[in-house]
Ligand binder design. Structure first.
Ligand code: UDP
Length: 311
């Protein structure tokens, strides 16, 4: 039975990975310090004989008894609102936390999978973004705490691969949405759905012409699982290439909910990327993966989840 450590296991993606890997027969050790993770996300697997939760800050020394086959390093604040609130923790978990998790992987001879991000491309000057694009990041801007932490984490992961022969993977995750996103995580999909359900104004930042490409969580988890099983050491983009503007998304969410919420324009946050769209050729060729859930279907699932949470 494979034994797997998931850091950030009580977070949005981490908790979905706990479920998927339990289904695949893994024994799961889920670590989280719960600053942005939510114990509710894993409440339904507490008591499962192959699941263990450890409340722990992975920037401190981490210790796991017994063998480990894989470490999936997903611990980090990941929403702009969160990493602006926890700038130093974000830098520490990307840098010190990644180092600790890599050290543990080396000690256990485990495969190490890093959750990286499309934010390594910053405010990209080319679109769509391919893995060989080096990005356009402002290291000293407010978003730099996340972008640079993840860029450092990628560099550290490749260094462990090259210097120690560690078996590593890097996934660059593009905007992902779905059930178990926090109601108040501040991201665009959760904000718009909650606002539309409550009949409150939908807050579009800037003029809403900036674009994102939204991937449904089930597709993302499938891609991460395939990457784990692969032998792919180079970074792999995972995301849905269907690109929409933020204003289009606002209207779509309103329409799907049948909401009368007005659209209100707010100032654009500093360094907010103007475009973002993954080139997923590498994932298609090397993992045989492509997203299957279209935006409307995924939003309907997510709306249903938030409706239950709010009631
Ligand atoms: N955004 C918005 N209204 C909101 C929240 C976000 O218009 O209430 C915009 C934000 O400025 C950005 C896009 O939606 O252009 C996606 O933001 P999010 O925080 O979800 O993640 P990002 O892709 O910026 O990391």
């Amino acid at each position: 039975m494979p034994r797997t450590l998931i850091t950030g296991g009580a977070g949005f993606l981490g908790s979905h990975l706990c479920n998927r890997l339990l289904q695949e027969g893994h024994e799961i050790i889920c670590m989280d310090n719960l600053i942005t993770g939510d114990p509710e996300n894993v409440a339904h697997v507490i008591g499962h004989e192959r699941f263990r939760f450890i409340k722990c800050d992975v920037t401190e020394y981490i210790f796991v008894e017994g063998p480990l086959d894989s470490i999936l390093h997903f611990a980090s604040p990941a929403s702009p609102v969160d990493y602006l609130k926890y700038p130093i923790q974000t830098l520490k978990v990307g840098a010190l936390g990644t180092h600790k998790a890599l050290g543990l992987a080396k000690a256990k001879g485990a495969t190490f999978l890093l959750a990286s991000t499309s934010e390594v491309y910053g405010d990209p000057l080319v679109s769509p973004q391919r893995e060989d694009y080096w990005g356009n990041v402002n290291s000293v801007g407010p978003r730099g705490v996340y972008d640079e932490a993840k860029r450092f984490a990628e560099a550290m992961t490749m260094a462990y691969h090259r210097a120690h022969g560690l078996d590593t993977r890097i996934v660059r995750i593009f905007n992902t949405y779905g059930p178990r996103q926090r109601l108040n995580d501040g991201r665009v999909v959760s904000n718009f759905i909650v606002q539309a359900l409550k009949g409150e104004p939908i807050t579009v930042y800037g003029d809403g012409s900036q674009t994102r490409s939204f991937c449904y969580v089930d597709d993302m988890i499938e891609g991460i699982f395939r990457l784990l099983l692969s032998r792919e050491h180079e970074p792999v983009n995972l995301g849905n290439p269907h690109e929409v503007s933020v204003l289009e998304l606002a209207h779509l969410v309103k329409q799907l909910i049948g909401s009368g919420s007005p659209v209100e324009f707010r100032p654009l946050p500093i360094d907010d990327p103007k475009v973002r769209r993954p080139d997923i050729s590498r994932a298609m060729e090397r993992l045989g993966w492509r997203p299957k859930v279209d935006l409307k279907a995924g939003l309907m699932q997510t709306i249903e989840y938030f409706q239950k949470k709010l009631s």
